[in-house]
Design a protein around this ligand. Structure first.
Ligand code: FBP
Length: 344
Protein backbone atom coordinates (compact mmCIF):
# COMPACT_ATOMS: atom_id res chain seq x y z
CA UNK A 1 0.00 0.00 0.00
CA UNK A 2 1.34 3.48 -0.85
CA UNK A 3 1.49 5.16 2.57
CA UNK A 4 1.03 8.58 1.01
CA UNK A 5 -2.61 7.84 0.35
CA UNK A 6 -3.11 6.45 3.89
CA UNK A 7 -6.54 7.00 5.43
CA UNK A 8 -5.05 9.19 8.15
CA UNK A 9 -2.53 11.64 6.66
CA UNK A 10 -1.61 12.49 10.28
CA UNK A 11 0.21 9.13 10.14
CA UNK A 12 2.68 10.68 7.74
CA UNK A 13 4.94 12.65 10.05
CA UNK A 14 8.16 14.14 8.79
CA UNK A 15 10.99 14.69 11.25
CA UNK A 16 10.56 18.41 10.76
CA UNK A 17 6.93 18.26 11.88
CA UNK A 18 7.84 15.97 14.79
CA UNK A 19 10.64 18.24 16.03
CA UNK A 20 8.30 21.22 15.79
CA UNK A 21 5.70 19.36 17.85
CA UNK A 22 8.39 18.41 20.37
CA UNK A 23 9.28 22.10 20.66
CA UNK A 24 5.83 22.68 22.14
CA UNK A 25 7.10 20.89 25.26
CA UNK A 26 9.51 23.81 25.71
CA UNK A 27 7.42 27.03 25.80
CA UNK A 28 10.62 29.06 26.34
CA UNK A 29 12.15 27.63 23.13
CA UNK A 30 12.97 30.03 20.29
CA UNK A 31 13.39 27.28 17.68
CA UNK A 32 17.21 27.28 17.62
CA UNK A 33 17.45 23.65 18.79
CA UNK A 34 14.72 22.76 16.30
CA UNK A 35 16.71 24.29 13.44
CA UNK A 36 19.91 22.61 14.63
CA UNK A 37 18.18 19.19 14.58
CA UNK A 38 16.93 19.99 11.06
CA UNK A 39 20.52 20.63 9.96
CA UNK A 40 21.67 17.33 11.44
CA UNK A 41 18.87 15.51 9.60
CA UNK A 42 19.94 17.27 6.40
CA UNK A 43 23.56 16.21 6.98
CA UNK A 44 22.28 12.65 7.38
CA UNK A 45 20.54 12.81 4.02
CA UNK A 46 23.68 14.14 2.31
CA UNK A 47 25.87 11.43 3.89
CA UNK A 48 23.28 8.74 3.05
CA UNK A 49 23.42 9.82 -0.60
CA UNK A 50 27.08 8.70 -0.53
CA UNK A 51 26.84 5.60 1.68
CA UNK A 52 24.07 4.09 -0.43
CA UNK A 53 26.30 4.41 -3.53
CA UNK A 54 29.61 3.81 -1.68
CA UNK A 55 30.80 1.05 -4.06
CA UNK A 56 30.20 3.24 -7.10
CA UNK A 57 31.09 6.68 -5.96
CA UNK A 58 34.87 6.62 -5.57
CA UNK A 59 34.15 7.11 -1.87
CA UNK A 60 35.44 3.77 -0.67
CA UNK A 61 38.96 3.28 0.66
CA UNK A 62 41.32 5.33 2.74
CA UNK A 63 42.58 8.89 2.61
CA UNK A 64 46.02 7.77 3.81
CA UNK A 65 45.77 10.13 6.81
CA UNK A 66 45.73 9.03 10.48
CA UNK A 67 43.38 10.78 12.93
CA UNK A 68 43.74 11.79 16.59
CA UNK A 69 42.59 8.28 17.60
CA UNK A 70 45.49 6.76 15.68
CA UNK A 71 43.05 5.32 13.12
CA UNK A 72 43.40 5.50 9.33
CA UNK A 73 40.83 8.01 8.03
CA UNK A 74 38.40 6.64 5.43
CA UNK A 75 37.28 8.83 2.54
CA UNK A 76 33.65 8.60 3.69
CA UNK A 77 34.77 9.57 7.19
CA UNK A 78 36.26 12.76 5.89
CA UNK A 79 33.20 13.48 3.72
CA UNK A 80 30.81 12.95 6.66
CA UNK A 81 32.98 15.07 8.97
CA UNK A 82 33.15 18.00 6.55
CA UNK A 83 29.44 17.75 5.70
CA UNK A 84 28.36 18.06 9.34
CA UNK A 85 30.80 20.90 9.99
CA UNK A 86 29.94 22.84 6.84
CA UNK A 87 26.19 22.61 7.46
CA UNK A 88 26.59 24.02 10.96
CA UNK A 89 29.54 26.47 11.02
CA UNK A 90 27.64 29.50 9.66
CA UNK A 91 24.16 29.26 11.23
CA UNK A 92 24.77 31.26 14.39
CA UNK A 93 23.39 28.40 16.49
CA UNK A 94 26.67 26.96 17.73
CA UNK A 95 29.45 28.17 20.02
CA UNK A 96 31.72 25.35 18.85
CA UNK A 97 31.75 21.79 17.53
CA UNK A 98 33.71 18.71 18.57
CA UNK A 99 34.42 15.88 16.15
CA UNK A 100 35.89 12.47 16.93
CA UNK A 101 38.14 13.05 13.92
CA UNK A 102 39.81 16.22 15.27
CA UNK A 103 42.09 16.71 18.26
CA UNK A 104 40.76 20.07 19.37
CA UNK A 105 37.43 21.86 19.28
CA UNK A 106 36.24 22.99 15.83
CA UNK A 107 35.63 26.71 16.09
CA UNK A 108 33.10 28.87 14.27
CA UNK A 109 34.88 30.95 11.59
CA UNK A 110 35.25 34.56 12.78
CA UNK A 111 33.06 35.84 9.94
CA UNK A 112 30.05 33.98 11.37
CA UNK A 113 28.14 34.63 14.64
CA UNK A 114 28.39 32.15 17.51
CA UNK A 115 25.37 30.67 19.29
CA UNK A 116 24.10 28.95 22.44
CA UNK A 117 24.71 25.28 21.66
CA UNK A 118 27.67 22.90 21.30
CA UNK A 119 27.49 19.97 18.85
CA UNK A 120 29.68 16.90 19.48
CA UNK A 121 29.71 14.18 16.84
CA UNK A 122 31.30 10.97 15.61
CA UNK A 123 30.90 11.54 11.88
CA UNK A 124 31.04 7.88 10.85
CA UNK A 125 31.16 5.34 13.61
CA UNK A 126 32.30 1.89 12.56
CA UNK A 127 34.00 3.39 9.52
CA UNK A 128 36.42 0.48 9.27
CA UNK A 129 33.40 -1.56 8.09
CA UNK A 130 32.49 0.67 5.14
CA UNK A 131 34.32 -1.33 2.46
CA UNK A 132 32.47 -4.48 3.59
CA UNK A 133 29.02 -2.89 3.17
CA UNK A 134 28.29 -3.20 6.91
CA UNK A 135 26.04 -0.55 8.50
CA UNK A 136 27.86 2.51 9.86
CA UNK A 137 26.48 5.52 11.66
CA UNK A 138 26.75 9.15 12.73
CA UNK A 139 26.40 9.77 16.48
CA UNK A 140 25.65 13.26 17.86
CA UNK A 141 24.92 15.08 21.09
CA UNK A 142 23.95 18.69 21.79
CA UNK A 143 24.69 20.69 24.95
CA UNK A 144 23.91 24.26 25.95
CA UNK A 145 27.10 26.28 26.28
CA UNK A 146 28.23 27.18 29.83
CA UNK A 147 30.39 30.16 28.87
CA UNK A 148 28.52 33.43 28.32
CA UNK A 149 29.32 34.38 24.71
CA UNK A 150 32.00 34.46 22.00
CA UNK A 151 33.90 31.45 20.69
CA UNK A 152 33.11 28.27 22.63
CA UNK A 153 35.77 26.75 24.87
CA UNK A 154 36.61 23.29 26.24
CA UNK A 155 34.42 24.12 29.24
CA UNK A 156 31.41 24.12 26.92
CA UNK A 157 32.29 20.63 25.61
CA UNK A 158 33.50 18.91 28.78
CA UNK A 159 30.04 18.47 30.33
CA UNK A 160 28.55 15.33 31.89
CA UNK A 161 25.83 13.44 30.05
CA UNK A 162 23.29 14.84 32.50
CA UNK A 163 23.58 18.14 30.60
CA UNK A 164 22.77 16.68 27.18
CA UNK A 165 19.89 18.62 25.58
CA UNK A 166 19.44 16.21 22.67
CA UNK A 167 21.27 13.20 21.26
CA UNK A 168 20.85 10.61 18.56
CA UNK A 169 22.35 8.68 15.71
CA UNK A 170 21.83 8.15 12.00
CA UNK A 171 22.34 4.55 10.88
CA UNK A 172 23.24 3.96 7.23
CA UNK A 173 22.09 0.36 6.73
CA UNK A 174 19.49 -1.50 4.65
CA UNK A 175 17.58 1.74 5.14
CA UNK A 176 18.78 5.02 6.61
CA UNK A 177 17.25 5.80 9.98
CA UNK A 178 17.58 8.73 12.36
CA UNK A 179 16.87 7.98 16.03
CA UNK A 180 16.86 10.87 18.51
CA UNK A 181 15.69 12.16 21.89
CA UNK A 182 15.30 15.60 23.45
CA UNK A 183 14.50 14.05 26.81
CA UNK A 184 10.90 13.27 25.88
CA UNK A 185 11.22 9.68 24.70
CA UNK A 186 13.12 8.13 21.80
CA UNK A 187 11.78 8.38 18.25
CA UNK A 188 12.93 6.72 15.02
CA UNK A 189 12.55 8.02 11.47
CA UNK A 190 13.22 6.19 8.23
CA UNK A 191 14.50 8.07 5.17
CA UNK A 192 12.26 7.63 2.15
CA UNK A 193 14.73 8.33 -0.66
CA UNK A 194 11.87 8.70 -3.17
CA UNK A 195 10.76 11.91 -1.42
CA UNK A 196 13.97 12.68 0.49
CA UNK A 197 12.13 12.84 3.82
CA UNK A 198 12.77 11.22 7.20
CA UNK A 199 9.33 9.85 8.16
CA UNK A 200 8.27 8.73 11.64
CA UNK A 201 8.46 4.93 11.61
CA UNK A 202 9.33 4.08 15.23
CA UNK A 203 7.57 6.42 17.72
CA UNK A 204 8.35 6.11 21.47
CA UNK A 205 10.91 3.34 21.27
CA UNK A 206 11.17 1.32 24.52
CA UNK A 207 13.79 -1.40 25.03
CA UNK A 208 11.78 -4.68 25.28
CA UNK A 209 11.88 -6.08 28.84
CA UNK A 210 12.89 -9.58 27.72
CA UNK A 211 16.43 -9.35 26.29
CA UNK A 212 17.42 -11.50 23.31
CA UNK A 213 21.00 -10.58 22.41
CA UNK A 214 24.39 -9.93 23.92
CA UNK A 215 26.97 -8.09 21.83
CA UNK A 216 30.70 -8.14 22.61
CA UNK A 217 33.94 -8.94 20.80
CA UNK A 218 34.50 -12.41 22.35
CA UNK A 219 37.88 -12.49 20.66
CA UNK A 220 39.25 -10.32 23.49
CA UNK A 221 38.21 -12.65 26.36
CA UNK A 222 41.77 -13.37 27.47
CA UNK A 223 42.36 -9.67 28.07
CA UNK A 224 39.33 -9.24 30.35
CA UNK A 225 39.07 -9.00 34.12
CA UNK A 226 37.57 -11.83 36.19
CA UNK A 227 34.37 -9.84 36.64
CA UNK A 228 33.87 -9.37 32.88
CA UNK A 229 34.61 -13.05 32.20
CA UNK A 230 32.06 -14.13 34.86
CA UNK A 231 29.57 -11.67 33.33
CA UNK A 232 30.06 -13.09 29.85
CA UNK A 233 29.50 -16.61 31.22
CA UNK A 234 26.37 -15.37 33.02
CA UNK A 235 24.95 -14.00 29.73
CA UNK A 236 25.57 -17.40 28.12
CA UNK A 237 23.72 -19.16 30.93
CA UNK A 238 26.90 -20.98 31.99
CA UNK A 239 26.01 -20.57 35.70
CA UNK A 240 22.38 -21.48 34.96
CA UNK A 241 20.97 -18.26 36.37
CA UNK A 242 19.42 -17.22 33.02
CA UNK A 243 18.81 -18.96 29.67
CA UNK A 244 21.69 -18.18 27.28
CA UNK A 245 21.22 -15.02 25.24
CA UNK A 246 22.07 -15.13 21.54
CA UNK A 247 25.38 -13.58 20.43
CA UNK A 248 25.34 -10.85 17.79
CA UNK A 249 28.36 -8.58 17.14
CA UNK A 250 28.69 -6.46 14.00
CA UNK A 251 31.69 -4.44 15.16
CA UNK A 252 29.81 -1.24 14.35
CA UNK A 253 28.58 0.32 17.61
CA UNK A 254 25.56 2.10 16.08
CA UNK A 255 24.37 -1.12 14.40
CA UNK A 256 24.87 -3.24 17.54
CA UNK A 257 23.17 -0.63 19.75
CA UNK A 258 20.27 -0.15 17.31
CA UNK A 259 19.50 -3.87 17.22
CA UNK A 260 19.52 -4.22 20.98
CA UNK A 261 17.43 -1.04 21.40
CA UNK A 262 14.67 -2.56 19.24
CA UNK A 263 14.98 -6.26 20.23
CA UNK A 264 16.34 -6.12 23.79
CA UNK A 265 19.82 -7.03 24.91
CA UNK A 266 23.14 -5.67 26.07
CA UNK A 267 26.18 -4.34 24.20
CA UNK A 268 29.47 -4.02 26.04
CA UNK A 269 33.01 -2.96 25.24
CA UNK A 270 34.82 -3.45 28.55
CA UNK A 271 38.19 -2.19 29.64
CA UNK A 272 40.85 -4.75 28.71
CA UNK A 273 44.58 -5.37 28.95
CA UNK A 274 44.98 -5.70 25.16
CA UNK A 275 46.53 -2.26 24.64
CA UNK A 276 48.34 -0.62 27.56
CA UNK A 277 47.65 2.76 25.88
CA UNK A 278 43.91 2.12 26.13
CA UNK A 279 43.35 0.88 29.71
CA UNK A 280 39.73 2.17 29.66
CA UNK A 281 38.56 0.30 26.55
CA UNK A 282 38.20 1.70 23.03
CA UNK A 283 35.01 3.75 22.94
CA UNK A 284 34.92 7.51 23.46
CA UNK A 285 32.84 8.98 26.31
CA UNK A 286 31.72 12.22 24.62
CA UNK A 287 31.29 10.98 21.02
CA UNK A 288 29.92 7.47 21.56
CA UNK A 289 29.03 6.43 25.13
CA UNK A 290 27.22 9.50 26.54
CA UNK A 291 24.92 10.22 23.54
CA UNK A 292 23.84 6.54 23.42
CA UNK A 293 23.49 6.43 27.22
CA UNK A 294 20.95 9.31 27.08
CA UNK A 295 18.98 7.39 24.44
CA UNK A 296 19.14 4.15 26.42
CA UNK A 297 17.85 5.83 29.60
CA UNK A 298 15.07 7.55 27.63
CA UNK A 299 14.08 4.13 26.24
CA UNK A 300 13.92 2.55 29.70
CA UNK A 301 17.44 1.09 29.67
CA UNK A 302 20.72 1.94 31.38
CA UNK A 303 24.38 2.57 30.48
CA UNK A 304 27.34 2.06 32.82
CA UNK A 305 31.13 2.02 32.79
CA UNK A 306 30.94 -1.05 35.00
CA UNK A 307 30.95 0.99 38.17
CA UNK A 308 28.24 3.64 37.69
CA UNK A 309 26.13 5.57 35.20
CA UNK A 310 27.86 6.86 32.08
CA UNK A 311 25.61 9.93 32.38
CA UNK A 312 27.29 10.96 35.66
CA UNK A 313 30.88 10.88 34.39
CA UNK A 314 32.43 14.36 34.38
CA UNK A 315 34.76 14.39 31.34
CA UNK A 316 38.20 16.00 31.58
CA UNK A 317 39.39 15.27 28.04
CA UNK A 318 37.61 15.60 24.68
CA UNK A 319 38.76 12.15 23.56
CA UNK A 320 38.71 10.24 26.84
CA UNK A 321 37.71 6.60 26.54
CA UNK A 322 35.39 4.64 28.80
CA UNK A 323 34.27 1.04 29.26
CA UNK A 324 30.64 0.76 28.14
CA UNK A 325 27.84 -1.62 29.17
CA UNK A 326 24.52 -0.51 27.63
CA UNK A 327 21.05 -1.99 27.17
CA UNK A 328 18.46 -3.64 29.43
CA UNK A 329 18.93 -2.23 32.97
CA UNK A 330 18.95 -5.58 34.85
CA UNK A 331 21.68 -6.89 32.53
CA UNK A 332 23.84 -3.79 32.91
CA UNK A 333 23.34 -3.78 36.69
CA UNK A 334 24.45 -7.43 36.73
CA UNK A 335 27.72 -6.37 35.12
CA UNK A 336 28.22 -3.77 37.87
CA UNK A 337 27.47 -6.41 40.51
CA UNK A 338 29.96 -8.97 39.15
CA UNK A 339 32.67 -6.37 38.52
CA UNK A 340 32.22 -5.01 42.06
CA UNK A 341 32.42 -8.55 43.43
CA UNK A 342 35.37 -9.89 41.42
CA UNK A 343 37.43 -6.90 40.40
CA UNK A 344 37.59 -4.81 43.57
P1 FBP B 1 35.03 4.29 15.21
O1 FBP B 1 34.93 3.69 13.86
O2 FBP B 1 34.22 5.49 15.40
O3 FBP B 1 36.44 4.47 15.65
O4 FBP B 1 34.31 3.24 16.19
C1 FBP B 1 34.83 2.37 16.92
C2 FBP B 1 34.23 1.00 16.59
O5 FBP B 1 34.34 0.70 15.24
C3 FBP B 1 32.79 0.81 17.06
O6 FBP B 1 31.86 1.15 16.11
C4 FBP B 1 32.75 -0.69 17.35
O7 FBP B 1 31.80 -1.03 18.34
C5 FBP B 1 34.16 -0.99 17.82
O8 FBP B 1 34.99 0.07 17.33
C6 FBP B 1 34.67 -2.28 17.27
O9 FBP B 1 35.91 -2.50 17.86
P2 FBP B 1 36.63 -3.93 17.75
O10 FBP B 1 36.99 -4.12 16.32
O11 FBP B 1 37.82 -3.79 18.67
O12 FBP B 1 35.66 -4.95 18.25
Amino acid sequence: MNMYVAEDPEQIKTIERHILQEQKHHPEAKGILTDLLYDIALAGKVIASKTTRAGLAEILGQTGDVNIQGEVVQKLDRFADMTIYRLNDHTGRLAALGSEEHEGLLHIPDKYPTGKYVLLYDPLDGSNNIDFNIPVGTIFSIYQRVTKSGPGTLLDALQSGRNIVASGYIIYGSSTMLVYTTGKGVHGFTLDPSVGEFLLSHPNIRIPETPVYFSVNLGYRKYWSEGVIRYTDYLQGVDGQIPSLSLRYVGSLVADFHRNLLAGGVFYYPADKKDPHKPHGKLRLLYEAAPLAFLAEQAGGYASDGFGSIMDIQPDDLHQRTPLFIGNSPLVEKAEELIAHHDR
